[in-house]
Design a protein around this ligand. Sequence first.
Ligand code: ADP
Length: 549
Amino acid sequence: INTDGLPPAQEYIDVLRQYFGHNRFRPLQWKIINTIINEKKDQCCVMATGYGKSLCYQFASVYTGRTTVVISPLISLMEDQVMALSVVNIEACFLGSAQRQMGVVRQKLLAGGYRVIYLTPEFARSASDLLVQLEKSVGIDLVAIDEAHCVSQWGHDFRAAYRQLGSLRKLLPKVPFLAVTATATPEVRRDICKSLHMKDAVQWTTSFDRPNLFLSSTMKSGNIGKDLQSQMARGANQFDGPTIIYCPTKKATEDVAKVLELLDVSCAIYHAGLSIERRTNAHRQFIEDKIQVIVATVAFGMGIDKPDVRRIIHYGAPKDTESYYQEIGRAGRDGAPSVCHAFYSPADFSVNRFLLKDIKSEQFRQHKMDMLSKMEQYLSTTRCRRRAILEYLEDKEVNDVGGTDNCCDNCARRLKLAKQGSRSGLDQLDKMGETIDYSKEAKDLLTAVASLDGNFGINMSILFLRGSMNQKMPRYLTSHENFGCGKYRAEKWWKAFGRVMLSEKYLKDQPIPRSFGSTVDLSAKGRNWLNSSRSGKNPELKLVPNQEM
Ligand code: ADP
């Protein structure tokens, strides 16, 4: 029978009330649970943080009396869930390689003593015999794979052990699998289903939209104190509530913490180089509001469950859009307005690009480079940031986000300019987020890059455009007919334009081994465009200018 679309029968609601203490399922929760219990199909689900994914995978076996297997990357998180389940009298356990009394646990498991068992992906592989036995004896309702984006190389947190889980799918052919994550682009979702050998997986996604988050971004000023104060309540040297400051390196967390101490803001540091005790302590102080700020690397991540984080600041460019979305997802879980601000400098991207250059597979390296460029575009965009993130995650144009006036700095600025109604204001307004024809500038820049034969970084092309007699400038170029043809734009403008042309793939960069630098050359797209421009066809080249242009 097709039970799709039917409301849950009373016996489901009874179990929901008795064990989980809720009166009704959220709509997607019931669809997922119904698909597990009654249709036994594979599912791939992207569910916004806070929607309640744990119920989706915990419920089935509590209802049927069989067992569910949950695979998750973080032991502390699994231990928390086991504890929470035992409080409501649901038998659950975490099975790991360091298991004490494995014999006893195993016996209880195969006698049907556990409703939910939690495993790391590493352990799931080595325990495949046990799982096959469990299926034969008690029966497995579901294998749930939490944080499923870790399966995919195209995602932001790939883990090799996750990739191997596909073999489990083959060992348990009749058991439905559920892959869940809070962030995955359509490409990553396809890869998850394929890698896990899922069969026609049912796809679900809740909206990625977080309307209570205000998004903004500015360049670093070079003065940490001044930058941070711009995020504090005016006149009071305090943030307006619990705040997480993410930094790209351990060293940077220390620099930022020092400045906060000078400003008398209570804070603690959190990064992987600190002892477990110090980390736990910092986490606890933050949860209990003993300190206002935690200054952390991305090691402070999964499993943070503080509903009232009011502000997330990135001091240094985030790695990519998916990571950024996940990091800012920790703000405003209680639904109250919260702010997510990113400080960046173009140099942050050189460092991030440098870190990617050792990746062997060219295709994979290029993919990571693209992810970086997308983040770069986000930070400097003059478009609506909320829409930019949604379009990235949904991989399609998004037009129907309601109530966007106060969702980001760009929309707020647009609203302010429109209200002022002044001429210069309206001119500025026209430029914001709209495409402009830059064919003249593009022709000049691409010509400059082409004249340097791909031997130099973008800055040399800009010196060429500006007619600079820099020492490194090859002499023969100074008599090139285009030498100095870009004086009509400032150096800073050209640099910003160069970054846009890179992220729009008219240019491509190639990292220089053992250095932070990269050389730049025309891509096939850039070459085609330039040829067509030179042949007198005068093609347009329309781009959205970024903040610095
Ligand atoms: P996440 O999707 O972020 O993992 P959780 O599973 O931790 O979310 O659930 C988030 C919160 O929502 C929890 O406090 C949980 O008790 C609550 N919750 C989940 N399902 C329901 C429901 N059907 N009705 C009411 N509250 C629910």
